[in-house]
Design a protein around this ligand. Structure first.
Ligand code: FNR
Length: 185
């Protein structure tokens, strides 16, 4: 099972990249996470560019989502919302609507921030946009607050309750791919 991992943060030392790696480490056997690093290559969404074919970076994003069994997004929070690059990627992935690469795709959203609350607003916004685009978004929350001090040297989460939340969340995602639960209409 292939899970496409996207970090909403581009910076090298990103806590959200670390969180994605911790999620990858918590996956059950048979599932693997492949990080998608294309956010910075995407142009700003422009309907005039969204023709057939779309810009190459956009086509790569859409193909990567299509070929994945599920999505795992780790997002920071910028000014109480979603980082612009990540929202831009979701906007590109949402088209053509309604038959886009996201439709029906199981998706888990997690997040880390250096504030107290672990990017919960950004996570909620990402869930809302993914749902609107047609993805099958899990309700699991993994809010990693005070991220500067949240990870051990080996990249694992220090807090046992967060480790449990993360393990439960990725296990639910894998289960959702293996045996989808009917979505509410
Ligand atoms: C932030 N940060 C932040 N944190 C938060 O909890 N709520 C917020 O609204 C914001 N806003 C914000 C805006 C901008 C432009 C930046 C650069 C940062 C702090 C943020 O949580 C922190 O920089 C994280 O470390 C970013 O995630 P990565 O890069 O470590 O994954």
């Amino acid at each position: 099972m292939r899970i496409l991992g996207i970090s909403g943060s581009l910076r090298r030392g990103s806590h959200n990249r670390k969180l994605l790696q911790a999620a990858a480490d918590a996956l059950p056997p048979g599932a693997s996470l492949e990080a998608w690093e294309g956010i910075a290559a995407l142009p700003a969404y422009d309907e005039d560019l969204d023709d057939v074919p779309a810009p190459p970076a956009v086509e790569r994003l859409r193909r990567a989502i299509e070929h994945a069994d599920a999505l795992l997004i780790a997002t920071p929070e910028y000014n109480a919302g979603v980082p612009g690059g990540l929202k831009n990627a979701i906007d590109w992935a949402s088209r053509p609507f309604p038959d886009n690469a996201l439709r029906g795709k199981p998706a888990l959203v997690i997040g880390a921030s250096t504030g107290l609350f672990g990017a919960v607003w950004a996570q909620a916004d990402v869930r809302k946009s993914l749902k609107f685009a047609g993805a099958h978004v899990l309700e699991n929350e993994v809010p990693v607050g005070l991220a500067d001090d949240a990870f051990d040297e080996d990249g694992s989460l220090k807090a046992p309750e967060l480790r449990d939340l993360l393990r439960d969340a990725v296990t639910t995602l894998v289960r959702e791919v293996d045996a989808p639960v009917e979505q509410a209409a």
